[in-house]
Design a protein around this ligand. Sequence first.
Ligand code: AMP
Length: 396
Amino acid sequence: MKVLVINCGSSSLKYQLIDSESGEALVTGLCERIGIDGRLVYKPANGEKRIFEDKLPDHQVAVSNVLAAISNPEYGVIGSLDEIDAVGHRVVHGGETFNRSVIINDEVIKAIEECNDLAPLHNPANIIGINACTKLMPGVPQVAVFDTAFHQTMPDKAYMYGLPYEYYEKYKVRRYGFHGTSHSYVSKRVIDILSLDKNNSKVIVCHLGNGASISAVMNGKSVDTSMGLTPLEGLVMGTRSGDIDPAIMEFIAKKENLSISEIMNVLNKKSGVQGMSGLTSDFRDIDEGIKKGNNRARLAREVFCYKAAKVVGSYVAAMNGVDAIVFTAGIGENDGVVRKEICSYLGFLGLTVDDEKNAVRGEEVVISTPDSKVKALVVPTNEELAICRETVALVK
Ligand code: AMP
């Protein structure tokens, strides 16, 4: 089957057309600056990359232009749109309503809309993408794959905050967790790679990208994860603060004369590795900065790794053990120094890293030594392929 995978942001749309049998993407790309001016990037697997500076006033025009590009007689990858068998949408927040992927119908759209409050920037964009596809490809089945669904197996002791219970009852304030498609895909790969017994397995997934989260996956199910009601909680990230003392918000608001939304902007966009280093949110530049003796770059990397190691340690306690710790996403897949530094805190588990294997980038590889009691691995995540597979499983 050929599955179009769509990931809509508020002003962007990422897409891939995937052949589900081979798992290969026939084309990948993105639309940027939707509603501002517009830019469509188009990268066929067997052809040259093209950039179109088309006007993209809204998501419907963006989807329409993507469809026109992939079926273009000169540079397209399919002869006609009839070749698209299904569409898989990444939807950010499924609240407590969705604990798995679902085929989209009017009722599902209404239920996604009801979760808008929980992800006001993302869910409305996802719905716009769904509606655009419905208009342009009527009759083609569409599936919603939720970022939060995999973590719906968490027990209440893991998802409840120490707040008045009525906030949960009235507003559904609780931990949801994100990156679920990645945590699910990567934890399943680990179980396969290490031939673990799924029903007797304890895996910790470190999804370390610009956004970063860690999950505890016991017997194939998420039992805890570091992001919360929103993706701001947990690890120190590229530009997000992660966990802080909540009282800091009032303290800084008074000192700097900032509103709540201005404070939220600082915590989401100006904090984390970027805020601490004063340099960059990108670990390639942090690593370069450290080589040049930049002390705040060193501090940023140390805080990032220390926090990640503490979360891993807490999940060993949550599961009363661990078989494997796996690294994925931009930093987790590529930055051996970060992996080594995080693992250096975990020697008490009997985890030892093989430096030669750890030098590998972007490949599935076991990076622990053969005698290591706990295994450490790198598994590149592939959220689009996971969305494609979920879609095929539902529409077949
Ligand atoms: P993601 O959000 O998963 O796309 O990850 C993006 C982040 O991965 C970037 O901001 C970088 O910090 C990091 N990254 C990507 N490539 C490398 C690399 N070769 N070495 C270190 N960090 C990298």
